[in-house]
Design a protein around this ligand. Structure first.
Ligand code: PMM
Length: 265
């Protein structure tokens, strides 16, 4: 069964739940609620990567995420840290995180791969071509699936060369990162090819713009509709062999995955 990673954004500007969980206690409570809804893993992040967003100072990022990571991990929950900074990754692992989720695949911080190699944590390597302030400028592909697979496999080789054993490596095609609408759909259809790369596959489509665009073009799409769309793409990801899906609304994706795999027993 595909695992569910519940999102705990501790940022004032994330596109979907921004500001609501800025307070550490509220973020911890949200983490417990996601766990109760069926999350297998909680992904705590303190830097928004929404298109156009600005970088966050690592000290501020750590101020946001470390108390939340510590409280959730201290309660026995499996926690990942969503960060592009090696110092934040290491501090979060010391606070109890078991997985470093780097959407940049180790490219944003040249210290990241060696730093994670020195811990016992797993690492999720995202497909990424540059920071969010101008990521669409790099959204040019020959064959998006082939290009993503090729670039991700280079990141896997870099991680192994830095001393991270293959069993600790996860790959993520990075939906929305340097990809325009149709490119995300092509990638979704080609996910099984990404899965053949070897490492466990993590997929994050939750509430992303390409889902909203499919439902209503440039019009507004509320959270409930984005969550339903996410539950559908999560099932497609599971069918393609995903190890885990990263979502905001755990309950809807949990039910969708259960129904899609139910055998009546
Ligand atoms: N997307 C976002 C943030 N972190 N991590 C992984 N592994 N995969 C993703 O697709 C991903 C991510 C951006 O979405 P958010 O602002 O809603 O968290």
């Amino acid at each position: 069964m595909t695992a569910i990673m519940g999102i705990v954004n501790v940022t004032p500007d994330s596109f979907s739940d921004g500001g609501r969980y800025l307070d550490a206690d509220a973020a911890v409570a949200h983490g417990f609620a996601l766990r109760a809804a069926g999350a297998d893993l909680l992904d705590v992040g303190g830097e928004s990567t929404r298109p156009g967003s600005q970088r966050v100072d690592p000290a501020e990022e750590q101020r946001r995420v470390l108390p939340v990571v510590g409280a959730l991990a201290g309660a026995g929950l499996a926690v990942s840290v969503d960060t592009m900074n090696a110092a934040t990754a290491v501090a979060a692992v010391e606070a109890g995180a078991v997985l470093v989720n780097d959407v940049s695949g180790g490219l944003a911080d040249p210290e990241m791969l060696a730093a994670v190699a020195d811990t016992r944590a797993d690492i999720a390597l995202g497909h990424w071509r540059g920071h969010s302030d101008d990521m669409y400028a790099r959204a040019s592909y020959g064959d998006v699936v082939r290009d993503v697979v090729g670039e991700l496999s280079a990141r896997v080789r870099a991680a192994e060369a830095a001393g991270i054993p293959p069993a600790r490596i996860i790959v993520d095609p990075g939906f929305g990162f340097g990809k325009r609408g149709a490119q995300n759909w092509e990638l979704l259809r080609g996910l099984a090819r990404v899965a053949t790369l070897g490492p466990r596959l993590l997929v994050g489509t939750s509430r992303k713009r390409f889902l909203a665009e499919a439902l209503s073009g440039a019009g507004e799409v509320d959270e409930a509709r984005r969550d339903l769309a996410t539950a559908v793409t999560s099932v497609l990801a599971a069918h393609a062999g995903a190890w885990a899906v990263r979502v905001h609304d755990v309950a809807s994706t949990r039910d969708a995955l259960r129904i899609a795999t139910y055998r009546g027993e």
